[in-house]
Design a protein around this ligand. Structure first.
Ligand code: 4GY
Length: 234
């Protein structure tokens, strides 16, 4: 998968894209990350990319021209069609189901906004998918772009090892019903720590009993913490 990222702060990305799973996915040839500075497409003398809002008010607005020209130029760098995505608190809240759909696309183009926001006309013209990583406000779309990249790339075939298969995650579809549940609790050595024991069933060697316990814990925790997940119909 090819992932293009358009930002005014390209230096934020390299440490994240080169570490851990994202770094391994790149080295293994499963994902390619291409970070572009929107400012490189500013067509004015001072490389201006933002301006004061019509109607007044605080802050600055990202101008149409640099962002639009950046998207068109970056798309032309490769013939693979890209799904355009803007990260913004006004977007649809990102869920695992959408992450799975995006992981099936050959190319994503992520746009990270900054300042007070992006001129609405360039969003209308580009018609991107608008996604939010949650109902809170960050100072820019860069961290959300990294969140989306991580969530998508770890689902690409070959990226995760057998041991940490994505099929075991919270929100992964479970069983024939495809129900999405929270993950069960996990334990490792020692068997007792600060007087707290590991549940006996996990030490029993009875794999069927272990599977049944884990399934029951997933349902239990979901009822307790996220009953909304159980009310959903597919
Ligand atoms: N939440 N999910 C988010 C965000 C910051 C003003 C546009 C979010 O995706 N993005 O908080 N983004 C804003 C700040 C300009 C981006």
């Amino acid at each position: 998968m090819r992932i293009d990222i358009l930002t005014l702060f390209p230096e934020m990305f390299e440490p994240v894209l080169s570490a851990s799973i994202l770094g391994r996915a790149r080295e293994g040839g499963f994902a390619g990350y291409y970070v572009h500075n929107i400012r490189d497409w500013a067509d004015n003398k001072h490389d201006k990319v933002d301006d004061r809002p019509f109607g007044g008010g605080p802050g600055m607005v990202m101008m149409c021209q640099p962002l639009y020209d950046a998207v068109i130029a970056v798309e032309a760098m490769d013939s693979t069609p890209a799904q355009r995505i803007v990260l913004s608190p006004q977007g649809e809240i990102l869920r695992q189901q959408t992450v799975e759909q995006l992981a099936a696309r050959p190319r994503l183009l992520l746009i990270a906004g900054h300042y007070e926001g992006i001129d609405e006309r360039v969003i209308d013209e580009l018609d991107p998918l608008e996604l939010s990583v949650g109902d809170y406000v960050l100072s820019g779309g860069e961290l959300p772009a990294m969140v989306l990249t991580d969530a998508v790339v770890r689902l690409l075939k070959g990226v995760l090892g057998h041991e940490q298969s994505a099929a075991q995650d919270s929100f992964a579809p479970q069983g024939p019903s495809g129900q999405r549940l929270l993950d069960c609790p996990h334990y490792t050595r020692p068997r007792v720590w600060k007087g707290r024991s590991v549940p006996d069933v996990l030490l029993s060697g009875d794999h069927q009993a272990v599977d049944a316990w884990r399934a029951a814990m997933m349902l239990d925790r979901t009822r307790q913490r996220r009953p909304d997940l159980l009310e959903e119909r597919h």
